[in-house]
Design a binder for this molecule. Structure first.
Ligand code: ZN
Ligand code: FE
Length: 261
């Protein structure tokens, strides 16, 4: 079977709905279709039929297209988190479960990565992870219905994937995220190089997603809560000593929420 192809379908102002397909086969799966319209357009233009819908979490910008896509493709199976209130789900998943997409010759492992929301999932396959609003290029999601400790642990879990893993997050937030990263680590040379690279990509109208986990480990402050410079910056903002990576993470996330975004 030929190689899996991943396409970014842009939606709303800055979402990406990820479409999985294989050359010369009419089948596709979509991750987090917040809006059915651009997904339907892409399927039609490519002559594809929908086999599966994978949902990472309950927010409308990730689930809003399910109903219309199901109406158009009744055979598509809707997968998502077991402990979030998403009515249209047909297969409720938890950590350790697998999603098999036989027509795409593809199998995804389910990770639980709560924090942004209480039941957020990520889907991994060798070399790739679809992580919704948990880990972003250069940043991470806000804490809405989960906890800071959960999101910190979830990011540490994703950090254990192989460094060459491609990070398919759900939003084009990279440039703004890296601006905050530079507040935290103004002397990080890899970060400065990444900021220049991302600015050039955006000028050309290109997506900056997926990134690699290796890039995130080198430049994303939310994965660098053990780095002395990151700890020092978080402590300077919090005006107290922070005794654990979770405390550093919480200070960074709160700093960004209050002063940057
Ligand atoms: Zn969200
Ligand atoms: Fe979102």
């Amino acid at each position: 079977m030929s190689e899996l192809r991943i396409s970014a379908i842009p939606g709303f102002a800055d979402n990406y709905f990820w479409l999985l397909s294989v050359p010369d086969q009419p089948w596709a799966a979509v991750v987090d279709p917040g809006d059915a319209t651009p997904v339907q357009r892409h399927l039609q233009q490519s002559g594809l039929q929908l086999e599966a819908i994978l949902i990472t979490h309950k927010h409308r910008d990730h689930t809003g297209g399910i109903r219309a896509l199901k109406a158009a493709w009744p055979q598509a199976v809707v997968y998502g988190p077991s402990n979030e209130p998403i009515r249209q789900l047909e297969q409720r998943l938890q950590a350790g479960d697998q999603v098999t997409l036989p027509r795409l010759a593809c199998q995804l492992q389910v990770l639980e990565v709560p924090g942004h929301t209480e039941g957020h999932l990520a889907y991994t396959m060798p070399g790739r992870v679809f992580c919704g609003d948990t880990l972003f290029a250069g940043g991470c999601g806000r804490v809405f219905s989960g906890t800071f400790a959960q999101l910190s642990a979830s990011l540490q879990q994703l950090a254990q994937l192989p460094p060459d893993t491609l990070i398919y997050c759900a939003h084009e937030y990279t440039q703004a995220n890296l601006g905050f990263a530079a507040w935290v680590e103004p002397d990080n040379l890899q970060l400065q190089a990444r900021i220049a690279r991302v600015a050039a990509q955006r000028d050309r109208g290109e997506a900056t997603v997926p990134s690699t986990l290796a890039e995130e480990l080198a430049t994303n402050p939310f994965l660098r809560t053990r780095e002395p410079d990151v700890v020092a910056a978080a402590e300077a903002w919090a005006q107290r000593s922070l005794s654990s990576p979770v405390a550093v993470f919480t200070a960074l996330r709160t700093w960004k929420d209050r002063d940057y975004d």
